[in-house]
Design a protein around this ligand. Structure first.
Ligand SMILES: Nc1nc2c(ncn2[C@@H]2O[C@H](COP(=O)(O)OP(=O)(O)OP(=O)(O)O)[C@@H](O)[C@H]2O)c(=O)[nH]1
Length: 357
């Protein structure tokens, strides 16, 4: 799927850059443009992609310090300038725009939904948000910010693909090492998904294309992405169990939102050499995903890749009813009550959280 990426805020810019690098190194060319917007000058200076500083008159290049209402306001005020810069970068063949942001901070948290609204007003292609949720040990401001941002993102974007910062964390690593590690994992998974809908070599009926990604995300709401890979035998007939267990591993232990398996729609992509991909294995894996997610719309497709390994990517659409998402919204609502005493007038999934704007 040909995509233009727009990173907003610190995490958004870093993840956008790592994704663009992964796509380039792998020679996929699915990412047709990468751009970073921030209120903090220093964060932009460390990036190699095109950048734009916003909110200079209000925060003098120092960031918004976790104030996501200010982040949203700045993006709304400077929407015209940002859109002008983007216009030059949104390739005419782009099939989607993906805004990338950490939802717990200020600039990305407030700016991402504001930008999604503006992009949706102007462009016909789907506008997705790749949103990073704060880990459990991050403070209540981060949780509350992410809850309000998420609620608004769901309203403004066509789908929110979420990454829980706790999802792939390993023990014994510093916060910084943790970010580097998780950013690489995001890049690999999201990068493969986007490329899967793009590669047309070895075309066969079973090769996945971008419309399947778009259709899986069509119903909106929250999406998540899982991944697992393993050595595979040269002969497809020996890989039936490998494929079913990769699908299980991907859904049960590899998702970007752990324990969120109830879904409206799913897409299973098996990546590897076509000769190694067992059709029987793929069919069984799809059936299993159907049962596990309770979704009747489980799409499937191959991603031909020259590797001795096989990998399973599972994209779930419409996971907002899952327990994990409810838990997060509970955490965000509690944090919101702790950090401010505003009245909650609207509800998202029965949780009392205000929209950002
Ligand atoms: N995965 C990941 N998360 C990050 C990274 N950097 C920050 N975060 C998370 O993003 C959230 C903070 O958002 P930032 O992007 O730092 O904040 P910002 O949007 O720049 O906003 P301000 O700094 O307030 O202007 C927190 O939940 C962090 O855990 C990163 O490199 N990778």
């Amino acid at each position: 799927m040909k995509v233009v990426l727009i990173g907003v805020g610190q995490a958004g810019g870093k993840v956008t850059q790592v994704l663009a690098e992964f796509d380039h190194e792998m020679g996929f060319d699915a990412i047709r443009g990468a751009f970073a917007v921030n209120t903090a000058k220093a964060d932009l200076q460390s990036l190699d992609i095109d950048t734009m500083l916003i909110g200079q008159d209000r925060v003098k290049g120092h960031g918004v310090g976790g104030d996501n209402e200010l982040g949203a306001e700045i993006m709304q005020d400077e929407a015209t300038e940002v859109m002008d810069q983007l216009d030059a970068r949104i390739a005419t063949d782009a099939e989607a725009v993906m805004i990338v942001a950490g939802l717990g901070g200020g600039t990305g948290s407030g700016g991402a939904p504001a930008l999604a609204k503006e992009l949706n007003r102007v462009y016909d292609v789907p506008i997705y948000v790749l949103g990073i949720l704060p880990g459990r040990n991050e403070g209540s401001l981060y949780q509350a910010n992410a809850g309000r941002s998420l609620k608004t993102v769901i309203r403004e974007a066509d789908s929110a693909l979420l990454i829980d910062n706790d999802a792939w964390r390993t023990s014994n690593e510093t916060v910084q090492e943790g970010f580097e590690n998780i950013n690489k994992q995001i890049a690999q998974r999201v990068g493969l998904l986007l490329a899967a809908g793009e590669i047309v070599e070895g075309v066969g009926e079973s090769v996945v294309d971008s419309s399947e990604i778009i259709n899986t995300l069509r119903d909106g709401g929250i999406a998540s992405l899982g991944y697992a890979s393993a050595e595979a035998a040269p002969d497809a007939s020996e890989n039936v169990n490998t494929i079913t267990s990769l699908a299980r591993k991907s859904l049960l232990t590899g998702m970007s939102l752990p324990n969120a398996v109830d879904a409206e729609a799913a897409l299973l992509v098996i990546a590897g050499q076509p000769d190694r991909i067992s059709r029987k294995g793929v069919e069984r894996a799809r059936k299993w995903i159907e049962e596990e997610t309770g979704s009747l719309q489980v799409r499937g497709g191959d991603f031909p890749l020259d590797s001795d390994r096989l990998a399973a990517l599972v994209l779930l659409g419409g996971v907002e009813r899952s327990q994990r998402v409810q838990e997060f919204m509970d955490r965000a609502r509690e944090a919101n009550q702790e950090t401010e005493s505003r009245d909650a007038t609207e509800e998202f999934d029965n949780e009392q959280l205000d929209d950002l704007f």
